[in-house]
Design a protein around this ligand. Structure first.
Ligand SMILES: [Zn+2]
Length: 330
């Protein structure tokens, strides 16, 4: 159930503080900043591509394994920077943290040399160092929030010429926004965090949870018998789960999602909602089930690893989805 990476390296987390742009708020202009990631195999063009560390996701990944948008667009919306996957974070034992990074889905964040690689790279962190590096990042963010930023520090920020022309008396600015955008984690949230506080570890799912995977009409997951509307990928702690997921989902689609044209496909659309998953015409139901069962087995193995999610059961349920053509049953 384990797949070998293209490259495996010991790693530390690095960052560069980047003052990106000056916001000319009528009350008080301020300068935005972000943390540009540094890690083995990372692209040298992260600053110009507007790719930043998500400190919030880094902090979460210390406490709980799972898939995180650790590298994201500076606005907080990762697809904006063509980052289509999350980083799979596992805690295989109490002393280590492991990242598995999909080379295709996170290509803009990675070295161009990986562009031709189908698969993933693996980075191994010593837990104490991982935690210390993330705490140091948090401390630097807090320090930046407390002190004024000099013109020299923000020399490369967007809007510096305008500031110097229009506010000649201004010699420094407050740094007011960090990781803005849809996820709503701003500087104030970070400033109130305890840099030295203990970091509790939590399991990905509570012990006793039953996670069922299938084509439940228009959803893929049931948690303890109730349909779950979140994306299943948030529980992928290893790249092998992403691979197993892709091998399963290629069997079906939502009719409108893939532009299924019901005039050309022999699909009994009345029995299937517009949002229901439908088996693709060229795919067999048996192969779909086999792939789903494999995904369940991979996820079960990941939950059983270390303290990821002890006592959680994963099961594939053989539902029969609406089909686009009866030859699927062969
Ligand atoms: Zn963006």
């Amino acid at each position: 159930l384990m797949i070998e990476p293209f490259s495996e390296l010991p790693a530390r987390l690095g960052w560069r503080k980047n003052f990106t742009q000056i916001i000319f708020d009528p009350d008080q202009p301020y300068v935005e900043f972000s943390l540009t990631p540094e890690f083995p195999w990372c692209s040298e063009k992260l600053a110009e591509r507007g790719i930043v560390w998500s400190l919030r996701d880094l902090l979460a990944s210390v406490c709980c394994p799972g898939a995180y948008q650790i590298v994201t667009c500076k606005c907080g919306y990762a697809p904006d920077a063509y980052l289509e996957e999350r980083i799979c974070v596992s805690h295989p034992d109490s002393g280590s943290v492991v990242w598995e990074i999909d080379t295709k889905g996170l290509a803009p964040a990675l070295d161009d040399a990986l562009e031709v690689i189908e698969g993933f790279i693996r980075l191994r962190f010593v837990r104490d160092e991982y935690e210390a590096d993330i705490r140091a990042m948090l401390c630097e963010v807090q320090e930046t929030a407390r002190t004024q930023v000099s013109l020299a520090q923000m020399a490369s920020a967007h809007g510096i010429e305008y500031l110097q022309a229009e506010y000649p008396e201004c010699l420094s600015l407050p740094a007011e926004v960090f990781e803005p955008g849809e996820r709503g984690c701003d500087l104030e949230d970070f400033v109130t965090m305890d840099c030295d506080g203990p970091c509790g570890r939590v399991a990905l799912l509570r012990a006793g949870t039953l996670l069922e995977i299938s084509l439940f009409d228009d959803e893929l997951v049931c948690l303890n018998g109730k349909v779950d509307r979140g994306w299943i990928g948030r529980w992928f702690t290893r790249w092998s789960a992403l691979a197993a997921y892709r091998a399963w989902v290629c069997h079906f689609s939502r009719p409108f999602g893939l532009g299924f044209d019901v005039r050309y496909v022999r699909l009994d659309i009345e029995e299937a909602g517009q949002n229901s998953f439908v088996l693709l015409p060229e795919k067999s139901l048996a192969a779909c089930h086999t792939a789903g069962e494999h995904l369940a087995a991979v996820l079960q193995a990941q939950f059983d690893e270390g303290d990821t999610a002890p006592g959680v059961t994963v099961r594939y349920v053989r539902c029969i989805p609406p089909m686009a053509g009866k030859e699927n049953l062969a």
